[in-house]
Design a protein around this ligand. Structure first.
Ligand SMILES: [Ca+2]
Ligand SMILES: [Ca+2]
Ligand SMILES: [Ca+2]
Ligand SMILES: [Ca+2]
Length: 207
């Protein structure tokens, strides 16, 4: 005759077991962010002091890869940040790509991956004959998976306080350079100053 049943957990993160002294123990599957295996051992003792035990393993799978609903897979968050606390809008490595973008690009959220400063190709300190010149830059260096676009600004003063025109998101050119044609006629015999700024993100305007 069997005298006692004893269930104990032998594998996986600790979970509360119920009815551990009966033949049918139970536990509530906890929320997991990755497949997790729980192991249990049942030991039975009979009235003559003999005992035997058996083990079972139960694997709990994550049905929702993004339990906290921030767009980043929870396993990716744990792997890269050790926590689910980040919500995607931050930029852990300060490279201009938010954590959520890095998840989508498949890049490393803890390693800065550009963009560097782009350089000006033309016009650079020269006279131009067009009223709407084309501004050309050499693309910034950045991780190939980064989607980068450029903001161009044209000013009428060297201190760059008097904005003449600007465009926010010119898609990066595929030949190593990016260009934008000034969208408003400039005045004759006047000096203008321009600059460009790379930004990581989705592109809203093509140029
Ligand atoms: Ca998440
Ligand atoms: Ca999160
Ligand atoms: Ca980043
Ligand atoms: Ca990065």
């Amino acid at each position: 005759m069997l005298e006692s049943y004893t269930w104990e957990q032998i594998e996986g993160p600790s979970v509360p077991l119920s009815n551990t002294n009966t033949i049918t123990a139970g536990f509530t599957a906890p929320a997991v962010y990755q497949q997790t295996t729980y192991g249990f051992r049942l030991t039975v003792v009979d009235d003559e002091g003999g005992s035997t035990s058996d083990e079972i393993r139960i694997t709990v799978i994550s049905v929702n890869p993004d339990d906290d609903g921030d767009g980043m897979d929870d396993l990716w968050e744990i792997t890269n940040f050790g926590t689910l606390d980040r919500n995607g809008s931050g930029d852990a490595d300060g490279d201009g790509a938010t954590d959520l973008m890095e998840f989508e690009f498949g890049t490393d959220p803890n390693v800065p991956q550009g963009p560097s400063e782009p350089s000006i190709v033309s016009p650079d300190d020269i006279e131009v004959t067009q009223f709407q010149p084309q501004l050309v830059i050499t693309n910034a260096d950045h991780h190939l998976s980064f989607e980068v676009n450029y903001q161009f600004e044209v000013y009428s003063d060297p201190e760059m306080t008097q904005l003449v025109t600007r465009v926010d998101a010119v898609a990066e050119g595929t030949d190593g350079t990016t260009s934008w044609t000034v969208d408003t006629p400039l005045s004759e015999n006047t000096s203008y100053y321009w600059r460009v700024r790379p930004m990581v993100g989705s592109c809203s305007v093509s140029g």
